[in-house]
Every structure is written in C-alpha cells, then in structure tokens.
Write a protein that binds this ligand. Structure first.
Ligand code: NI
Length: 172
C-alpha cells in the first residue's frame, strides 16, 4: 500500500469525465486500497480516482463517526438512481485545500455501484454519506464543489484561492 499524490485545482485531470471500469482485477483492488490509505492519511471522508490522477470511475468513502470503527466503502462505476429532499452543508475537498463553502445537495440519494469483484449493489443513503456520494460522483464527471456555487461566490472563490496558493508558494 502507498500514499498517492493528491492533485489540486486547477489540475486538468479534475476537469475530465472519468472512464467506466470494465476489468475487476488485482490492479483495481490495489488502486482502491491505495486510495483508502491516501484518504485516511489526508485525512478526508471521500476520495475519487481523478483526485490521484487516474481518470476512472472509482471512489472511496468513509463517513463513519471519527471515534467509531472504520467503515471503508469502495464504489466502482457509481451512479445516482433517485434523489429526495434538499440540504445545504459546508463542504471542503482534498483537491481544493483550505477552502470551504456551503453547497446545496439532495438530502437522500439511492446509489447503484459495483464492488471490487463486480457485484452490483444498491444503497439508500442520507446525511453525510449522501452528501459524500454526490460530491465524489461529481468528481467522476469533472465537477468540483466550487462549480456548484453561485456565479458571485465562484468569482470570490477564485480570488480567495489565488491568495491561498500565493501564500503556499511563499511558504515553500
Ligand atoms: Ni472532493
């Protein structure tokens, strides 16, 4: 297992539509376990393959309480089947360091995905798990949470993020 390098906005790989996975082999299992390790080390509650430079439809999540047991979930080719309700919570992203904003999402989502052996599974999710699924599946379609902000908030984000990046450069 190894920790992978996380790509930061505006890396072009984050804008690409990721490719559907058709081979359920050792290489896929290896990538999923590296992604989980990278996510836990960050630390984060979700990670999509494009964030580590791999434009394929694979996400990993763990939204279990911090003081409880780990509940790693690997979802291959995930898709949202149905949505219900609306919520607005503060989100961040490992690819957009040090920036957080409220994002409007569906409150409950039914998701279909494949497990690492290709088995099809469907889950009904709500709360943080539902938000996380939506955020990570967006990554597979080249969408970042900042793309879901209003035009005004997006332009504020760009200015703010530029400053954050300049400060990071100075620290290096
Ligand atoms: Ni993200």
């Amino acid at each position: 297992m190894s920790i992978l390098r996380i790509r930061h906005y505006p890396d072009p790989v984050l804008k690409q539509t990721a490719v559907r996975i058709t081979e359920f082999n050792a290489e896929l299992r290896h990538l999923a376990s590296d992604m989980l390790e990278t996510m836990y080390a960050a630390p984060g509650v979700g990670l999509a393959a494009p964030q580590v430079g791999v434009s394929r439809r694979l996400i990993v999540l763990d939204c279990s309480p911090k003081d409880g047991d780990r509940q790693p979930l690997v979802a291959v080719n995930p898709e949202i089947l149905t949505r219900e309700g609306e919520c607005c919570e503060e989100e961040g992203c490992l690819s957009v360091p040090e920036y957080y904003a409220n994002v409007v999402r569906s409150e409950k989502v039914r998701v279909r995905f494949q497990e690492l052996d290709g088995t099809v599974r469907e889950v009904e999710t709500a709360g943080l798990w539902a938000i996380c699924f939506q955020h990570e599946i967006d990554h597979l379609d080249g969408i970042l949470f900042v793309d879901r902000l209003s035009p005004l908030k997006r332009s504020l984000f760009r200015k703010r993020y530029q400053k954050i990046q300049e400060q990071r450069q100075e620290q290096l």
